[in-house]
Design a protein around this ligand. Structure first.
Ligand code: NI
Length: 389
């Protein structure tokens, strides 16, 4: 039971959809064109229900199997949004919108889930209900969470849910996954250090926020090295420093912006507590004051062990025993499918994208050769998870 024949037949059509999305990237919740095409196609496939405007611009299609004695409802989710990146490729279907680009392959994800919907609506060879979920604003906007707040899970009776992301570096025709924490929680901080500005020749009459900031940055390195269990994982990165305008003035303030990534709730809480204490006390040492705005973002993406085992078995059936890694290392990137996995058991799996540029790189392009594998996995999750009677 490798790639489904009918799916292979659909590959060219799906690729054409994908390249159209690629040429017309949209950001965040402003995915009106993409969502419009998705809804129109789902209707043309004969979905039993097509709902729009869920989580602002999210779209949901419902496909009922030939029978429904199982009473099961499985959700499959794709993301539709692009990134604010100027594309650096010469592809014939490169972005027509300067500064916007499908650099994370969400064009491929949307097209693949549409392909699966077309196949499932055509064949309906399952006993239960398939729900295809197209979310906006995965790239930082929390579109998945917005759909949940709009009642996604309850309204469609979703009992389990699956997500898939292309992964450069994993060969085409392969899948990779793991049970448990798979993607990190992503939190952000803005630290404002208030000193006392003045003439640079008279530092003793000032409180230098730059020297203070340097000590804060150095001390923050101890969160990962000294405060969190080395067998747990944490990243604390200061990514922006803003202070001063010239060479002979000690400024009044300094700002530090950064990100914190963790794979467990314990590490997440501990990292925040340590960062707050380090900032407050280091600043006090130098006579400066600090304010810290600490914003929690996407939670940890946690795969259910049983559902991961199930997807692995389906992936092996599609790609072959040797083409499925089931102990793929967790990633410190974040993913807002995490919100869906907080609500329902399921799994988030990586689809091999081959040796392309990395995601979020201006030369990245989703590898269309992966499409038949991704679409077959979607279809088989439904057909194996709710076998026809
Ligand atoms: Ni992505």
């Amino acid at each position: 039971m490798p790639i489904i024949n009918r799916v292979a037949d659909l590959a060219d059509e799906i690729t054409a959809w994908r390249r159209d999305f690629h040429e017309n990237p949209e950001l965040g919740y402003d995915v009106h064109r993409t969502a419009g095409i998705v809804a129109e196609k789902l209707r043309s496939f004969g979905c039993d229900e097509v709902a729009t405007g869920i989580g602002r611009t999210g779209v949901v299609g419902v496909i009922k199997g030939k029978t429904d004695s199982s009473g099961k409802v499985i959700g499959l989710r794709a993301d539709m949004d692009a990134l604010p990146i100027l594309e650096a490729t010469d592809l014939p279907y490169r972005s027509k919108v300067p500064g916007k680009m499908h650099a994370c392959g969400h064009d491929g994800h949307t097209a693949m889930l549409l392909g699966a919907a077309k196949y499932l609506a055509e064949t309906r060879n399952f006993d239960g209900t398939a729900v295809v979920i197209f979310q906006p604003a995965e790239e930082g906007g929390g579109g998945g969470d917005a759909m949940i707040r709009d009642g996604l899970m309850e309204r469609f009776g979703i009992q389990e849910v699956y997500g898939m992301h292309n992964w450069p570096g994993v060969p085409v025709g392969h899948f990779a996954m793991r049970a448990g924490p798979t993607m990190a929680a992503a939190d952000r901080f803005t630290i404002t250090i208030e000193g006392k500005g003045g003439h640079a020749a008279y530092p003793h009459k000032c409180i230098d926020p730059i020297v203070t900031a340097a000590h804060v940055i150095t001390a923050l390195q101890s969160v990962a090295s000294r405060s969190i269990d080395p067998l747990d994982s944490v990243v604390v990165s200061v990514c922006t420093i803003k202070a001063g305008d010239t060479f002979n003035v000690i400024p009044q303030t300094a700002m530090l912006l950064g990100t914190v990534r963790t794979l467990s709730p314990a590490a997440r809480d501990a990292a925040e507590a340590r960062i707050r204490a380090i900032v407050e006390n280091t600043c006090a040492t130098f006579g400066a004051t600090a304010s810290i705005e600490y914003k929690r973002g996407y939670p940890v993406t946690v795969n259910d062990a049983g559902k991961t085992e199930f997807v692995a078995s389906v992936a092996k059936a599609v790609a072959g025993e040797g083409a499925v890694q089931t102990n793929f290392p967790p990633e410190m990137g974040a993913e807002d499918f995490s919100y869906m996995l907080e609500k329902r058991p399921g799994a988030y799996v990586f689809l091999g994208n081959g040796e392309t540029a990395g995601v979020h790189h201006p030369a990245y392009d989703f590898n269309d050769a992966a499409t038949p594998y991704g679409v077959s996995l979607w279809a088989k999750i439904i057909e194996s998870g709710m076998p026809a009677r």
